[in-house]
Structures are given as C-alpha cells and as structure tokens.
Design a protein around this ligand. Sequence first.
Ligand code: AGP
Length: 625
Amino acid sequence: MLIITSANSAKSRLKARRMCGISGVVLTTGEVGPLLLDSLKRLEYRGYDSVGVATVVNGKILLKKDIGKIGEVESKLRIGELSGTTGIGHTRWATHGAPSRENAHPHTDCNGSVAVVHNGIIENFMELKQQLEAAGHVLRSRTDTEVVAHLVEENLKLKIGLVEAVRRAALKLTGAYALAFICADEPEKIVCVRKESPLVIGVGSGANYLASDIPAFLPRTRTALLLEDDEMAVLTCNQVLVMKVESGEVVAREPFTVEWSVETATKGGFPHFMLKEIYEQPLTVRNALRTQPIYLELMASALSRASRIFLLACGTSYHACVAATYGFANLAKVEVTPVIASEFIDAYGALVDKDTVVLTVSQSGETADTLTAVRGAKDRGATILGLTNVMGSTLTRLSDVYIGQNSGPERGVAATKTFTAQYAVLIKIALTLARKRNTVGSADLQRFEDGFNQLPQWISGTLSSQKDNVRRIVEKNSDKISFCFLGRGISVATALEGRLKLLELSYLPAIAYPAGESKHGFISVVEEGYPVIFVAPQDEAYSKIIGNVMEMKARHAHIVSLVEGNDDQVAPLSDEVIQMPSAVPPLLTPIVFIVPLQLFAYGMAVTKGYDPDFPRNLAKSVTVH
Ligand code: AGP
C-alpha cells in the first residue's frame, strides 16, 4: 500500500486539467443520487455552467440535467433523488457548445441506452460526427462528447459488450479525455477511459467511485488509484479492473492512501489556487493550442476583410493584446491597434465603422469596461470577434464569432493561466491570417508548430528549474519598496504583465517600460540597489537591450535578468539571473518568460503575508465601470 504524504508525488501524477468535473458511483445497495450530488458539489470549482446525472434502474437509463449551478439545478430537478445503485454525474465548463440543456452532460446514444460524461476535448469529433450522421445517427447537441455515446452504440451492435465497445471507441478518438459510461443492459458496471485528462478511482468496501479529482470521494474513502494515459477501468460494487486501451490487457495497479484534507485536495495539494494555476499552464497552453481550425479560419476571414482592426481588453487581457500586436505585424503583415477598453470610444470611436473589426479579449467575458466598448463599436457597425474563457458569457452573446480558450475556471483573482492561453490563441489566429494572406513560408509555419509542441515542456522546465531560484530572489528583495520591469520588442508586453502581477499582489508601486524609453524619464528614479528586472530573450531586440542594462548598471541598480541558458552578455552584467530555455521562437517568449514573473509576484505576496488568491480591492471580474 503506497502512502501519499507530500503533495509533490500525487500532484505530479495527477496533472490536473481543469475543464469539467466528472463523477461515478457504483454501490452494492442504496441510492447513488445523493452521493453523486455531493461529489459534484465537491468538484464545482472545476466548472459550474451546467450539471447532470444519469443512473440505471430496471434496464433503463434515468437522466436529469440542466443549465445552471448545482444548487440551482438541484432545487429545480432534484437530481440527488435519482434512484439506482450505479450512476455517473457531470459539472460543466463549456468548451464546445455554449451552456444549454442540450449541451449539458450526460449525453446518450440514439435510443438512450448508453450514457456518457466527459472532461477534455475530442479533437476529431467533427469528422466522427459526419461519419455517424451518414450512418443514420441523430446527434442532439453541439458538443464533442455526444459523438462518443453514438460510437459506443455503433460498437454494441456487434454484441461485444460495453467494455469492448468502449475500448474500440476510444481507439478512434484523438485529443484529451476522461470518459465514464453506463449502459442500460449492463447496470452493474461503470466503464471509464483516460487520455491526458485526470481520472482517479476511489476504492471503497462494497462501493467504488471515480472522479476527475480526489475531493469528490474523499469523505467516503481515502484509498485511491490513478489511471494512467491510454488506460481504462471497469468498476463494479466490489471490483476495479484496470486495462490497457490498446490491447485490452489487464494491468495490476497499486492503490494509495490520500492524507490531504478536502480543502488541500481542492487546491491539488498547492497552498493557493494561484500557484496551482501557474503549474497548470503546460496543460492549459496545450488546450488553447487545440482550438478547432474552423473557428480560427472564421476569425481570420473576418480579419482579412477588415479595413481597421482593434484588439480590445483590460488588465492582463490587454497585455495579451499588446503581445499579439507583434504577431499580427510580423507574421500577417497586418496593423492592429491594442486598446484599453475604457479609453476605446473616446480615443477611436470616430474611426469605427462597418469595415472595422474589434477582436475583444476577456477571461471572464463580463468586464463592464470591455462590454461597453464592444457595444459602442457594435452601434457603429463594427464586427465583433470574442476570445474568452467563459462560454455563455455576455461577450460570447455580443460577438459575431467567438472562441473559448479552454483554460477551465481560474479561481485566483490574478490572471495567470488565462494570460498564456489567451496569447496562445491570439498567435494562432495571427498565423491563420498569415497563411490566408500568404505572408509566411512553410519553414516559418513548421518552426511555429515545433515551438507550439515544445511550449508545455519549456514552461514545466522553467517551473522546476527556476522555482527555488525565484524564491531566493524574492527573499533577497522583499524589503524593496518599488520595482521596475524593462523589455524590448514583444518583451514589453511580458514586462507589463510581470509588473501588473507584482503590483496587484504585493501592493508595491511597480513600474514597467519599454527599455529604450527608460532613459527618457524613469532612469531618474534609479539609485543604488534599485531593483530593475530585465526580460531579455535573444531575439531581434537583444543587441539593443544590452545597452539598457549597462545604463542601469552604471547607476548601481540591482539588476535581475531573465536570460536564455547560454547568455554571455546580459547575465555577466546582472546581480541575479533567471535562466530561461534557449531558442524559444521570439513571438512565443511571452508564454514562457512570464512564468518566473508570476512566481515572483506570488512569492512576494506570500512573503509579505498577503493572500495571493484574493488581493485587496480587486475582483476576479470587474463588472462595474
Ligand atoms: C489581472 O490579474 C486582473 N485580474 C485584471 O487586470 C483582469 O485582467 C482584468 O480585470 C480583465 O479581466 P477579463 O480578462 O476577465 O476581462
């Protein structure tokens, strides 16, 4: 029996991918309804725009689902009162298909004899859907998930049983998924399968559980086992069987004991949501890069017809827009104007007309300043494109075309994973537009594809190699009363975002500047030991930033530099060095170089005794002007 004491081992093995929460319970006797309801409440931090439960009773699937938070749906539908000893449940964070009753999970096949819940993204669902519809299946929702219920239905026609039907269906899927199935004809079991999305089994006595995360069943059992990628499990009330999807071969798996409290488990073993969300970025960036090409094409078409393009947002989202400006110019050879939403109408209202496209970025999709600017642009005939993390938000309703960035709920008020995901989608849009305008060659495109594939490792590599170094730099500078962040080229956006994180979490007056501009004013502030943080990747601007580092050194500033591993020009001039991966394509550096600055701000807040999740005077979504 393996004992889980330190968060690290379980945390690294769980790799939480935040999108939805799935749950399953199979009992010897009793009703699963109340247990499923309770487990979903414990998973609500993973998604809360729609909820549903399905059980098997007397050879029939009973299903209740609707749009809304668990409490609201429970009071309407009494999902907790569903009877049966076998059931599955789901709390949703919409990625494909806005929140609606049809798009809520569980989804079923044509005759309602198979039900499925899902967390993740089925990348090839469009083509599977076309094949199934051609074979006569009727799909009722706009989700990627429903396709899988019909795939299993198709396999069951071969009289191979639910386990084999699920295995064969899983072999046809690409993407990330944790799926759980029940079937009217096999009421005693739940079959689940996993690839990348988290799925953990709770081992009870006379009962077994599955969930996206441990908190769901922790009040009932502390004995758990993890499914690895490309594995599936069959749960009955007194057995858990783990198998390989590829071969169907049974695998022996050692259960472990969870010692975490429910609260710690909800944070995945991290002390704060913000730190958990910083560590989610290798996966949330990959998620964002999985945006369906059809939506990128729709955005690029609208942009290619525009006579004027604005990138509109507030706060961190605005910094993603500033970074994207470099991408649109250098890749698609298109001029876009990043604008702070509260200034948009005053500054540019007179220029907005029917040939204007406004690409609006908002994590929450509810920021009042952003929505007002969007409405002003719409009134002037502009086309509105939306990029948000909340499907069904007001921005999605105001947009002509919108994309969900698939980051999952962000609980920390300070935006972290949503910044890197936003910028990842924006650079994908710029690349799609560049391909449409033929302004990038195949070699460039390949370099970006390779870069996209390496981003998760560059981020996780930076987290593991620099976290202690950043903590040391925080401790050494925690008495400083102000900081300045400098960058050139696209790193101006990284410096701006690094500054915002420190400012909003440590309440220290921090400054950010294009490094070249620093000698036109800021430099007068610099004195012995004043901390200046340079974002200095070896891109086109590198040769010029060396001079700026020397200017600060000459005035005895305390220089902290983010430089590539093989740096031999800026590093020797610096008092502290944060080593970053080499050869990150310049237009992708904001996604990697922001990570140690997020850790720096988090560390400074904790060192000063502030709560990094809920900084004073701030709200996660600013819905007032
Ligand atoms: C960033 O950490 C802040 N939470 C804040 O600046 C935020 O980015 C801004 O309010 C915009 O929010 P939105 O992306 O939800 O529109």
